[in-house]
Ligand binder design. Sequence first.
Ligand code: GLC
Length: 744
Amino acid sequence: MFVKALFSIFLIFSSACILIGAGTTIKPYKNSSKIESLLNQMTLDEKIGQLVQYSGTEPTGPEGKIIDIETEIKKGKVGSLLNVIGIKNIRKMQHIAVKQSRLGIPLIFGLDVVHGYKTIFPVPLAMASSWDMDAIEKAAKIAAVEASASGIQWTFAPMVDIARDPRWGRIVEGAGEDPFLGAAVAKAQIKGFQGDNTAHFSTVLACAKHYIAYGAAMAGRDYNNVDMSIRTLWEIYMPPFQAAIDAGVGSIMSSFNDVNGIPMTGNKKLLNTVLRDRLGFKGFVVSDWNSVAEMIPHGYAKNRYQAAKLALDAGLDMDMVSDVYQQELAKLLKNKQITMKQIDKAVRRVLKAKFDVGLFDNPFIYFNEERGKALVLTKEHRDAARDIARKSMVLLKNKDNLLPLNKNIKTIALIGPLADNQKDLLGPWCARGNKKDVITIMQGIKTVSPKTTILYSKGCEINTSSTKLFKEAVDAAKKADVIIAAIGEAEDMSAEAHSRADIDLPGVQIQLLKELKKTGKPIVAVLMNGRPLTINWTNDNIPAILETWFLGIEAGNAIADVLFGDYNPSGKLTVTFPHSVGQIPIFYNHRQTGRPHIGDDNHFVSKYLDIPNTPLYPFGYGLSYTTFRYSDIKLNKKNLKSGETLTASVNITNIGKIQGKETVQLYIQDLFASITQPVKKLIGFKQVTLNPGETKEISFVIKPSNMEILNQDMKKVIEPGDFKVFIGTNSIDTKFAKFTVNEK
Ligand code: GLC
């Protein structure tokens, strides 16, 4: 059981209370009171209240019982609200907390501002594909400016879960499969959200989620169990959280899943011991939606009373909407099952966060309507959205250089369920984004290539069996010079609770492509999707394929910019595309095995008989309208002592006809070690823009920490021996060089 606030009733009621409140003898609010002195004044109910979060009128989880939230706030029994929409509603609730509760402790308001507040940026998996940390940071900064101008002080982002299973819908919310890249993206997003001063009214507190290993849900089925070696946990899933903590993230959200049988919301070892003692996390931990109560269906807590104890003992500070803390902590304390010290510790963390976001200095600083109107959806913000959208697209195929299209092209047949679509292009978790603000592909082409005639036909729905629109689409295609097929998933086919077992194009979209192909016209497939798709037929039969994910508010303009060559695509995949669901989990940084599959003629090797034993598209992959040539790698030394650095350099030449940006990737392999190591591990990347014919030298300094492994005692060590360093345009097409690390 948990609660949801019904604000429409409360709003009428609270406006009356504000008038009444003005005359009451409520203790005048004491600005910037020290946390300890405040704590000493608090009753038990008020302390527990700080650990309680309720939801507003747009729940982001299974709904529950309604309570009189306004009365609870007045009693000082609420610490935070999420999903309260609109400055007016937020300010009125804050007014009740500050003016009508005994101690006037302000509420902290949270929202899932994941890839934008009103100016919606590309989904995180798309932004990660830009590999442009400055652009990613800027997007988070703009999201914070807009959210904080609208009454929000706390975002439940970034989602830093590593994901190696594209059946899992939440892969769209993160940065993909690699720990190094995931860590870099986490740092950039947190810096963008929190800035240098979380107390400034233009920043918000970030929340790294979902701790931990949520992306490893068995079979890619959301909320499913996680069975994982501690080694994999530390090598793959922990680094982005370590990076988030090092970047000063103010809060962390515990995940729904268990890890090896212990639900994360009550996982004392991973929450208290690891997160706080080992990784040094100083902020507060909020549960995911109702996950405190869900330890009962997990079979870990017998009842809510035990769930409350398990969570508090584990170090969970704030209970999101389950109401278990509200109802059980006082009883547990009375029965000496928990201590006031434990409660005080959690309350201090929450009060400190409120202090850190400036709420104790001015609880109304975030509620400035003029600022809200002035700072939202500005041209500068839209331009930034278009810029990162351009950079997020990945060119998967471009046979015979069909792309870029010439702006003199007379007629385009724009076909597909996503061609003139606004809602889906926002992507999931689009906060206060409004589909009416989205530029469609249709609109984008009209803007970027105004002389071109567009013949539009939907062709089919995203996910139905009807082919009744095929004829209209084929007729349009026959009249055109080129077909642009805008195909893919609906935005609600990925993200939370949206796992798919079949991850090819849904509905009859492949059949539509087959009918369009029969016209003999050149086809460009523009993909919009929240996960890798097993698009084998499309890859075999369609000459040009552009992965655009869900690019947000400026999608149409950015896609047109790339289609017509105003921007040369530079994105690189951060997740592996499998040929088949049967290959999952498939990821580039795998171990070798004792019988690696090297070529097709070996029999007794690790392979499938019935599908290709390679990815459809590998991690780090992305084409350009130009071509980059890599020289062999130069090392400044071939032998080094343990603890020394190494410099690896390549010359990169643009041998094509147009300027392009390349993301040069650096990988390492420890060839022999006391724990077998991945065939490749990303340890660096640099972006370089080259004009036609231009050559630049790209150098990487490989630090001792890049050569470390976790040994059998789970200690970071450098083991002497042979290494390979790889530099290339993706995780497969690389140059390599060998070096040896000797004893000190
Ligand atoms: C949801 C999601 C989480 C989100 C939270 C609040 O269930 O799992 O990512 O931040 O609840 O909306």
